[in-house]
Design a protein around this ligand. Structure first.
Ligand code: ADP
Length: 248
């Protein structure tokens, strides 16, 4: 289910997308230039990331993760997701085309017409994108010129969300102190922790906390197909605590 929290269905019909030249090679397959014909018949230039058909299913899921992340953003300096073709193989991620491609190459090839003012403007535009991501509690984790694309001479956009992650508010250290040194999710593998959090599980409230889970500001990012957070009661939390070994 790749419909977004606002109900927008990101699945698009493959025959609305026409693939053109290869723009570059991605980790999962080639990236093509393309034309997307929307429902009103407008022809929109797009970039289409393809996932090689011989990739394992788990790789395909990993590939689609980027689209799941991108669909949550709406910012003038972040490459927008147009849609995905995921019902058949090969899976495609269709996104806004950045006409001038990678910023690194653009910087190198256009030195003569890139004055300091423009360079500062690029930096500023990216900082607004990062500030937006921070407001959504995301870290990009791979900010580098190679992951920035140039849409127009006066507009750069952050792309490539393959490595980005949603981060929970940095309150876990305080939790550890209030729990007298219990490690969060003790005994659970790092990879499994992510799944638990995505399923709505939260650390138990430390003893003596007054807030209820509903008061928590830590809200997981809207994510498609995520089971509804069932509102774990503090009583449920206590049960969790007792499952952990509390040092004496
Ligand atoms: P991956 O993250 O899967 O390895 P990239 O995002 O690095 O793939 O894409 C590979 C190349 O395709 C980029 O270096 C760039 O040249 C091109 N590309 C990717 N996305 C776009 C886009 N939205 N517009 C224009 N070119 C793009």
């Amino acid at each position: 289910d790749y419909s977004s929290p606002d109900g927008h269905d990101y699945e698009i019909q493959r025959d609305r997308v026409c693939l053109k030249d290869i723009l570059g090679n991605g980790q999962f397959g080639d990236v093509h230039k393309g034309i997307y014909r929307d429902k009103d018949g407008n022809e929109i230039p797009v970039a289409v990331k393809t996932c090689k058909e011989d990739n394992e299913e788990s790789m395909t899921e990993k590939f689609l993760e980027e689209a799941l992340i991108m669909q949550q953003f709406d910012h003038p300096h972040i490459v927008k997701l147009v849609g995905i073709c995921s019902e058949n193989r090969p899976v495609w991620i269709v996104m806004e085309l950045a006409k001038h491609g990678e910023m690194r190459a653009y910087l190198q090839n256009n030195k003569h017409r890139l004055d300091l003012c423009t360079l500062i403007m690029y930096s500023y535009q990216l900082s607004t994108a990062l500030s937006y991501l921070e407001s959504k509690k995301f870290v990009h984790r791979d900010i580098a010129a190679r992951n920035v694309l140039v849409s127009a001479h006066d507009s750069v956009k952050l792309g490539d969300f393959g490595l980005s992650r949603w981060v929970e508010e940095q309150r876990v250290c305080i939790w550890e102190i209030l729990m007298y040194g219990i490690k969060p999710f003790q005994g659970v593998k790092n990879n499994d922790v992510i799944g638990k959090i995505e399923n709505g599980e939260r650390l138990p409230l430390p003893p003596g906390s007054n807030g209820s889970v509903e008061d928590e500001e830590v809200v997981p990012p809207p994510k498609p197909a995520r089971p509804q957070f069932a509102g774990v009661s503090p009583a449920g939390s206590t049960r969790n605590i007792s499952q952990q070994s509390i040092p004496t």
